[in-house]
Design a protein around this ligand. Sequence first.
Ligand code: PEP
Length: 257
Amino acid sequence: MSKRLPLIAGNWKMNNNHLEAIALVQKLAFALNDKDYDAAEVVVLPPFTDLRSVQTLVDGDKLRIGYGAQDLSAHDKGAYTGEISGAMLAKLDCAYVLVGHSERREYHNEDDALVNAKIKAAFKNDIVPLLCVGEGLDVRKSGRQVEHVLSQLDGALKEIPVEQAERIVVAYEPVWAIGTGEVATPADAQEVCSAIRARLAELYSADVADKVRVLYGGSVKGDNAPGIMAERDVDGALVGGACLKADEFVKVIRYGE
Ligand code: PEP
């Protein structure tokens, strides 16, 4: 039985300027203690413009809070106006990068091929991709959620070698639960998270499947986190709205208490 350290990641989305970012990370750091950091890895995913400030704060105060970005370019460098490369994120010591968030898939037409290219760009720069997969309401209503998510997973992991695959983090985020207040039941989360782990075993090995952390995301808050996190194949949470208030995010981080 593996001892996967739970990961609680806060996706700030397009919220907080660089000064607000410092205030929020400071509040979080003030509230958290060694016991919290031993029980779960805590990561924040601020907008690009906040990363330098967060890096300076984390380094300066030797905080045990990790950080990463919400997206990256599939390209290395060049004439791609507005894009941010993996190398630029690595220079800011980003440990993680979100790839394939449903808002990127929906508003920026990101498909599985682009998600796959971004995963490759992240690994090329030694950044761990936090891959988001999840079905929309129509798919859920038709009962094809597992099939849909596994197809996204297969597409995202195309040509990803085993030594990279075992480091990836997968977040199951049903689109109908993101920002809606409508959280999946623990059983819903477990059904898809366990299917993701089984597919990783098929694609790679039981050892890889045992190492990869599979998170749930979608309207996670302090009060529903314990139930979802109690499921065997759920290794953490990707938190949107509830991570913007330090006290609510701390409640999610302390789901086990
Ligand atoms: C998200 O954006 O990844 C997310 C899970 O958002 P929320 O928690 O607000 O549903």
